[in-house]
Write a protein that binds this ligand. Structure first.
Ligand SMILES: *Cc1c(COP(=O)(O)O)cnc(C)c1O
Length: 463
């Protein structure tokens, strides 16, 4: 052991090596030295643990290479989504439109009009950049944007019902991804939950009987990620608005994944749109920026100017504040919605959702030929029908007929193949089905196809 420890090279000696020196321009002298020390330490630990190492210097260089190569890879980076789930929460939900990416770049790299009014030559508000757009797109009197929709619900309840009661149907006390529970958020907002009805049925009467002096709001929550089927009853927005008028109680509606136009235009089932809910008289409507809307993570609040103004001035709003990069992406995305045709063409989420199965099938066939041209001796490839999903807790039952590739390596286990692709420099995330890797093409862009082919090929031949 003592002999091995004596063989550990010094940092200065290693720095003579031209291969090691070649990292200096890329990383800096200091980082190379730190990485060399770390590599030496690692090998020292191995020796102290009793490992027999035949070439100590070589082992140190191997460790060094490992450390610097890892340091080149970003932790948060792009992946290829082969799952067919368009709004995959774990994979970052919505891809941004080009216009949104451009505006982020512009605002990120320079000073901006974030809180400066050019006309008045004085301080402005960050919300001004999207309020007029949101009013136009939803028909609401006023609007506010915060960090995400969970924050929007928290702020709305805190502003409208703190210390009082919010009446909500038991059928709508939902948990969504990341253990966000409506009842828990309500508690945090400082209001009291008055649960009414049963899991499957809540009637207008249930609301009316629960009304008391303590009632501050009716809360209606979109049961985004699940459906109760069969013997069910939910009270409509209109009915709640009518009842609210009778008792002077506002309606707060959390739509989850809000949309400006009818989702049946995307080939999906009908969902109430934000303008419809606003027109039906809901006092406040909240929804996400990065679900069906296809924008950045944000919580959008629209509705009655009196409540919106109170939320804007609530101190809690300062803690839930939206940042400038998000605002940049949101303004650009909202602008695309001014013309539905343009939204459908330019917003990746909408484009992916409305892509037909035939189109995907044709792409899958072409990809299959290309793959077999390169590696016919290594894999079986077939074009298969798949079922895509919207994801992001929107339209949970929507099954979108899609097409993809089922790839089975001949000489490599499917688990090993999946692992290599998942751990590749650009990871491919796909599921294993019928002993093959299923790559759904709905969530792969045409301009990602070449990369997909390279990854699928590389993972078969490496190692
Ligand atoms: C998704 C969702 C939320 C949370 O939205 P985030 O933008 O993810 O914070 C809240 N309520 C409902 C009904 C949802 O579907």
């Amino acid at each position: 052991m003592q002999n091995l420890l004596r063989e550990l090279p010094k940092v200065d000696e290693l720095l003579q090596d031209s291969k090691i020196r070649s990292w200096i321009p890329k990383l800096s002298h200091k980082i190379v030295v730190i990485s060399l020390r770390e590599a030496i330490d690692r090998v020292r630990t191995k020796i102290l643990n009793g490992q027999i190492i035949s070439d100590v210097e070589h082992e140190v260089i191997l460790n060094f290479n490992n450390i610097v190569e890892k340091s080149q890879i970003k932790s948060l980076r792009r992946v290829l989504n082969g799952t067919g789930i368009v709004l995959h929460t774990n994979l970052g939900r919505a891809r941004l439109a080009q216009a949104a990416r451009d505006q982020v770049e512009e605002v990120a790299s320079a000073y901006s009009t974030l809180e400066y009014s050019l006309e008045q030559r004085k301080r402005g508000t960050r919300y001004s950049h999207v309020v007029e757009l949101l009013k136009k797109l939803t028909g609401a009197e006023d609007a506010l944007v915060v960090n995400n929709n969970a924050a929007a619900v928290l702020l709305a309840l805190n502003t409208m019902a703190k210390g009082k009661e919010a009446i909500v149907s038991r059928g709508q006390l939902i948990e969504i991804g990341g253990s966000f529970r409506i009842p828990a958020v309500m508690e945090q907002s400082g209001c009291f939950l008055r649960e009414i009805g049963t899991t499957n049925k809540t009637h207008l009467d249930d609301y009316e009987q629960a009304v008391s002096e303590d009632t501050a709001v009716f809360l209606k929550v979109h049961t985004s990620n699940y459906r109760i089927l069969g013997f069910t009853k939910e009270v409509s927005t209109q009915e709640l608005v009518e009842l609210g008028k009778k008792y002077q109680i506002p309606l707060l509606e959390d739509l989850g994944s809000g949309m400006f136009f009818d989702t049946s235009k995307l080939g999906l089932s009908y969902e109430p749109t934000v303008p419809e809910v606003v027109a039906a008289g809901a006092d406040i409507v909240t929804f996400s920026g990065d679900k069906l809307l296809g924008g950045p993570q944000a919580g959008i609040i629209v509705g009655n100017a009196r409540y919106v103004e109170a939320m804007r001035n609530n101190h809690l709003n300062r803690a839930l504040r939206i940042d400038k990069l998000t605002l940049a992406a949101l303004e650009a995305t909202l602008k695309l919605y001014l013309d539905e045709e343009i939204a459908l063409r330019d917003i990746p989420t909408l484009r992916m959702l409305s892509c037909t199965k035939e189109e995907l099938w044709a792409r899958a066939k072409a990809l299959k030929s290309r793959l077999l041209n390169e590696i016919a001796d290594l894999v079986f490839v077939s074009v298969v029908e798949t079922t895509g999903q919207v994801g992001g807790g929107a339209l949970p039952l929507a099954e979108i007929p899609s097409a993809g590739l089922l790839i089975s390596p001949r000489r490599l286990s499917i688990n090993k193949y999946e692992e290599r692709l998942r751990l590749a420099r650009t990871p491919l995330i796909a599921r294993i089905e019928n002993d093959g890797l299923l790559v759904d093409l709905r969530t792969i862009n045409v301009d990602e196809e070449q990369e997909l082919i390279s990854l699928l090929t590389q993972a078969l031949v490496e190692g």
